[in-house]
Design a protein around this ligand. Structure first.
Ligand code: ADE
Length: 418
């Protein structure tokens, strides 16, 4: 079976990790059991470009149980768990193309390997697979029934393609499902980003000025968790509503030019480019720590930092590069500006990926049943969101109230007032 991974001998460690994650993914396990019996994806060639983690491995097991002919490649050069990749190949018979730390050429060779699978369904985290198919394999766009997109950045990119009339097959925005972004983006990114920063630096957060750039769902989660660790949270935003929300959530809100002067730790979660840039590096305090938890490594202008620093000391600690500025200040950049939660930690915890990947699995099942989806970005059917929420609640042993017939009727009527 063709594959490209770091070392197949890592498989036994990877298997333990996959099984450990599986314990926290009961919703996906239920779907897997049903897929095993019903085979809704039988014979469908699927290519997935996702972070190769223990949680993704459990999604791959589920899609394979459903009958899919699968290939998995990495959606980021630094996020692959090499032991998990090895176990997927050795223990689960799934073709994987991913090596932690792979260079850009290898990253794209791996995407090409996923395309060689000749997929009819694709799954993306950041839209690199869909974008490569459109740019370099346009002859394939007719055969692709549907693609699923996992992350905010990918959905933004795909909406831009759709707006330009460039999108040639339908895509379902899994990220936009409520059971995905309310939980995964907020609690998953919130916790795992703090985890990544701490694993990389071992700094105490209490009492530090922690600058969160961007107050989307990831920024909200990150600010909440940094606050919980005793940091003084500063939020920077460009959207007035989000800025107002951050202020009323109790955080300081100011432009990056002001935050740059007082921040001890900076973390970008905006999805945009050069959010921390030359003018900010010039203002930062000696010892400032700069990280990114957005999908792409574009949020910190590292090119300019490299040009303006007088020297760089690489790996002063694993995942930490020290940039020594001409005036003697040191700025510490984590994981080369790549998403810190997956580079230095293990990404979102399994319990939250349980819901995101349950949505992915159920949406794949829905996608193969559709014959006339338009080539645009679609929402996840509301029923899938409801089903996943119900299953997750049940797995947590939580029961909720139901409307009485009287309440139901009241909500549908307009006659009764004061
Ligand atoms: N994205 C963020 N965290 C992840 C994880 N643990 N597995 C797969 N994709 C992720």
């Amino acid at each position: 079976m063709d594959h490209d991974i770091k070392d197949i001998n890592l498989a036994s460690a990877g298997k333990k990790r996959i099984e450990w994650a599986s314990e926290q993914m009961p919703v996906l396990a239920q779907i897997r059991d049903r897929f095993e019996k019903e085979k809704p994806l039988e014979g469908k060639r699927m290519s997935a470009c996702l972070h190769v983690t223990a949680e993704t491995a459990n999604l791959m097991r589920t899609l394979k149980a459903g009958g899919a002919e699968l290939v998995l490649c990495a959606s980021n050069p630094l996020s692959t768990q090499d032991d998990v990749a090895a176990s997927l190949v050795a223990d689960y018979g799934i073709r994987v193309y991913a090596i932690k730390g792979e260079d850009n050429d290898t990253y794209y060779e791996h995407i090409e390997a996923a395309i060689d699978n000749n997929p009819v369904i694709t799954m993306d985290d950041g839209a690199d697979l869909v974008s490569t198919i459109h740019s370099d394999h346009s002859e394939m766009t007719d055969q692709i029934v549907c693609s699923m997109e996992e992350t905010t950045t990918g959905v933004i990119r795909l909406r831009a393609m759709s707006k330009d009339g460039a999108l040639k097959f339908p895509v379902i925005a899994v990220n936009d499902a409520d059971t995905k972004h309310f939980f995964d983006n907020r609690y998953g990114t919130g916790q795992s980003t703090i985890d990544g920063i701490i694993r990389a630096t071992d700094v105490l957060l209490a009492g530090k000025n922690f600058v969160v750039a961007g107050y989307g769902w990831c920024g909200r989660g990150l600010a909440m968790r940094a606050d919980g660790m005793g940091a003084n949270v500063i939020v920077t935003e460009v959207d007035p509503l989000r800025a107002l929300e951050a202020a009323m959530d109790g955080y300081m809100v100011m432009p990056m030019n002001d935050a740059a002067k007082i921040g001890d730790i900076f973390c970008t979660v905006t999805g945009d480019i050069n959010v921390v840039a030359k003018e900010h590096f010039q203002l930062m305090k000696d010892g400032a720590i700069i990280a990114n938890s957005g999908h792409f490594n574009v949020e910190i202008d590292l090119k300019t930092l490299k040009e303006t620093a007088s020297s760089v000391r690489e790996d002063v600690r694993e995942y930490v590069n020290e940039y020594i500025m001409e005036d003697g200040r040191s700025l510490y950049v984590l994981a080369d500006g790549r998403l810190i939660n997956l580079a230095a930690a293990e990404g979102h915890p399994a319990s939250v990926m349980d819901m995101s990947f349950a949505v992915q699995a159920l949406t794949s099942e829905y996608a193969v049943q559709q014959t006339d989806l338009e080539a645009k970005v679609h929402s996840v059917p509301a029923q899938i969101d409801k089903d996943v929420a119900r299953l997750k609640l049940a797995s947590m042993g939580i029961t909720i109230d139901t409307l009485t017939p009287e309440q139901d009727k009241y909500l549908q009527s307009w006659e009764m007032g004061t």
